[in-house]
Design a protein around this ligand. Structure first.
Ligand code: LLP
Length: 420
């Protein structure tokens, strides 16, 4: 029998219905605490910024606030959610490669602490707006270190065509943009931001990034007198989806990064003062489960399908990235496997497969399938394809559970329609 936050999965399914996103709040808290405990240094100021895109709702943001973390938002919608949750605006970092003038205005009016500028036209627009409104804001510039990391591998490439940031190798452009920012009264230029990818397992990807970024910071100071006081290293820390995944433990990755920063700093004439990281997935992924009810079973010449009452509408990751997941049939976790099942959703799309092949005991209609590690980029990337309803989201802890997002209704679905 599977328990989530010491509540039986079956009880959650009976109480709230399926499909259901259920988070183990104890695991969420433990992950946040780990980052808080281990991203600490004697020689540097540190900060952990939760990348809310991984899972954004007011309940989650309130937890982040409890743990004294900072918050990364990338849109007016994420910003609105954070403000409504009572998150301190000065602790918010506003990212994104194409913030609209309305979003920038919203950030300035609400006194968002830091804006992470992506490109020259955004720098110009922000400088104009700051001067016009007489506002004050801290700014980081996103640069692209030419390191791209994907899952187990990391590659160093020129990668000049990324849509994010300005390539470090375009030094002139970087300096020009920093000067636009530094010449604007009201903007405090704090430093640089990088983010090299997601679901990264290789320590070297992080240490190489630190080395490159700090060396670049040193060069900006020595050659142009530009002090880089803050280095924001982005997110990308892996989560464990299946037995094949072995993420670097949080304590180890934090210590490795900070050791690399201290070492790199010792070579700089103007040392970096503050280091930030922006974990998203690694905080929420493993705490999250999706509960589905198995409906029809279908044997084709080569496949045995178990259909569930959700699918790509609540988890696009298998279809989009061939992401792999693990699952159990509740109550039969210890039974030997009887067959290899393909777990498919109910959307009208052949690619709506949640798990391509998984060995499970004999499944029956009505069984509860518990899919694990669905806490990151599941709900946040959910869609209304086929007018599927957004599942409810619940948090469970110490044997009790609470709804944090109610299930959508059919009336919600048509609520935006203007009928004449
Ligand atoms: N900071 C920045 C600037 C980012 O762009 C991201 C993620 C993060 C932090 C957090 O990265 P994390 O720690 O979660 O890896 N939808 C994809 C993941 C896209 C990540 C985009 N940026 C997926 O489902 O795998």
């Amino acid at each position: 029998m599977t328990k989530i936050g010491h509540v039986e999965a079956r009880t959650l399914a009976e109480t709230y219905g399926t499909p259901l996103f259920a988070y183990d709040e104890e695991v969420l808290r433990q992950k946040m605490q780990e980052y808080r405990d281990h991203f600490q240094s004697d020689s540097l100021k540190t900060g952990v910024v939760y990348a809310s895109k991984a899972f954004c709702c007011m309940a989650m943001i309130r937890l982040i606030r409890e743990y004294d973390m900072y918050l990364d938002v990338v849109s007016g919608g994420e910003l609105y959610t954070a403000l409504k949750a009572g998150f301190e605006p000065e602790r918010i970092f506003f990212h994104g490669n194409n913030k609209t003038p309305q979003e920038l205005r919203m950030a300035l009016e609400n006194k968002v602490g830091t804006i992470v500028v992506d490109n020259e036209s955004e720098a110009r627009l922000l400088a104009e707006m700051v001067s016009e409104y007489g506002s004050n804001v801290h700014v980081l510039l996103r640069v692209n270190p030419g390191i791209e990391a994907h899952t187990h591998k990391y590659i160093v490439t020129a990668h000049v065509d990324s849509k994010f940031g300005i390539a470090m190798m375009n030094e002139e452009e970087v300096v020009r943009v920093i000067n636009i920012l530094r010449n604007c009264e009201g903007i405090v230029f704090d430093g640089l931001h990088v983010h090299i990818g997601s679901q990264i397992f290789a320590k070297e990807a992080f240490t190489s990034t630190v080395e490159k970024l700090f060396a670049f910071a040193g060069h900006l100071y020595d050659a142009y007198g530009i002090p880089v006081r803050t280095a924001d290293l982005g997110g990308g820390f892996a989560a464990r989806y299946t037995d094949k995944d072995a993420p670097i433990p949080t304590a180890e990755v934090c210590e490795t990064i900070l050791a690399a920063c201290t070492e790199a700093n010792s070579r700089l004439s103007c040392p970096v003062e503050r280091v930030l990281i922006e974990p998203g997935r690694s905080i929420v992924a493993e705490a999250g489960y999706t509960l589905y009810t198995i409906g029809a079973l279908k044997q084709t010449p080569n496949k045995l399908y178990a259909f569930v009452d959700g699918g790509m509408s609540d988890n696009i990751r298998p279809a989009l990235y061939q992401a792999e997941y693990d699952a159990v049939i509740d109550g039969r976790e210890e039974e030997p496997a009887a067959a290899n099942y393909t777990i498919a959703g109910k959307c009208c799309e052949s690619g709506d497969i949640l798990i391509e092949s998984i060995a499970l005991p004999k499944a029956q209609p009505g069984d509860l399938l518990v899919m694990k590690t669905t806490g990151a980029y599941g709900y946040s990337m959910a869609s209304h394809y086929n007018r599927m309803l957004m599942p409810a989201v619940v948090f469970a802890q110490d044997g009790t559970s609470r709804t944090v997002i109610r299930r959508e209704t059919y009336d919600d679905l048509i609520a935006l329609e203007v009928t004449l």
